[in-house]
Design a protein around this ligand. Sequence first.
Ligand code: GLY
Length: 573
Amino acid sequence: MLYLVIMLKKYTLFAWVLVFAVACQPISKQLENRGTLAKNGLVSSAHPLASQVGVEILKKGGNAADATVATFFALSVVYPRAGNIAGSAFVVYRLDNGDIGSIDGREKAPSKGHRDMFLDKDGNVIKDLSLIGHLAVGVPGSVDAMVEMHKKLGKLAWKDLIQPAIDLANNGFKLTKREAESLNSTKESFKKANRYPIHLVREDRPWQEGDIVFYKELAKVLERIRDNGRDGFYKGETADLFVREMEKGKGIITKEDLANYKAIWRTPVKTPYKKDYQIISMPPPSSGGIALLQLMQGTENYPFRKWGFLNSQTIHTMTELERRVYADRATHLGDPDFYKVPVEMLLNPAYNKKRNESINSNQKTPSTAIKEGNVRAIESVETTHFSVVDKEGNAFSITTTLNGNFGSKVMVEGGGFLLNNEMDDFSVKAGVPNQFGAVGGEANAIEANKRMLSSMTPSIVEKNNDLFMVVGSPGGTTIITTVYQVIINVIEHQMTMQQAVNAKRFHHQWQPDLILMEKGAIADSVKIRLQSMGHVINEIGGLGKVDAILRLPNGMYEGASDLTRSDGAALGY
Ligand code: GLY
């Protein structure tokens, strides 16, 4: 402000009026573009009740790993469309001493799973079989990931981290408008997938905002997890209910599949960005980390800051980078325990530089010129991400999913929890797009006990070897480009965390060959310029639901939840 006053000192009356107007703004107005500020710890998640559970754990002396576990289980109750105990979770963490790590709690194909399990006798894909119902379910991994993470990094007792979720399930909680609408719009799918009346289907009237929903059966399962750890889910009564449900619906997951499931510690992928920064993310079987890092490497060669936010040249160039990265994703990425993913090649700056040399600054490259594939629209963009930091500076970035909205829609009878439909994240047939329109081949073909490829991109950014940002998003294949844009918004467009999360987004994934653009993101002139370069633009309601945290230069944390796209909350203390 002082600088501005000096600069304008001898100039116009208008300028003085401007300075006066800015200075007289109420503090709240000046701060409105910042998210939640906190000194001691922060949890940003898709549901205020889950964020609150995490913050209470931090206040009780728990560390960020403890708060992550507690928030995860709370989300399995209050956010059943993606929070889960029968889905997957990827966690990337950075401890205050600089140690980094990640755990892979991805589902895997059942031991009876095989390459052609979703094809008819003529080799054609059977519609919706990998999406709805019991065969769509992968062997869940998220609970084991939480157990392992707590064993290695937690501080508080396990039971104290699960109890808040049990209380929420028993005491009930109020539905938001969005949640009520989402349950109502899924009613027919719930009825189709379940042969018994599940409590999420209301026959008397539609769900309304403010209705209280309870999860009494889920509370019992959570009690078993509280008391017996992983055995409370993968063995005993819960496993019995799970397998009984499978048998009823012609599913193929067995008791051995559940008992044998193991989350895996993996080394995160990382790359420097412009000297000061380092991007740390999830390795395969996520495609997200590698793709994000490839995009960041590509970005180094372009002046996005100078071109500006959502400028036509910026959008065109990001789109061209994305086109190439997603073509690599379709060809090279899969479960590293089954397929040799060329990680070193994909993260070699020389490879990415060469690959991006074909970008024409005035004309799009048709996706068919990169590699052929079929197209279909993106149908579902669920999953959920949350970010956690504690007062020591430990940071956890976690994305967890059932895949589609409420997963396979199957609720385990007597267990009250929903099952994932993650089998659709495999390439069910080479070249045939999944629900996200993504294609794949050999690398991501179905094999018994193999993990399906994911786009989940829980990420952490360092600046000058210190914690800078914790970030991630739901959105299927759109996760990667959402996380990419949020990071670029902060580093290149110098936005606050909240502004970066609020900002409009777009997405391109090679196939289908079009840009998904959030409504109202760009001026007509920008649209016309992009179209003149050959881009096809489809407008879409919303992309991603980011929950992120930024460490500010003064050591405070700024938490940002995606307030316009979700009911989330960043809460701290
Ligand atoms: N099911 C979404 C993902 O893992 O990418």
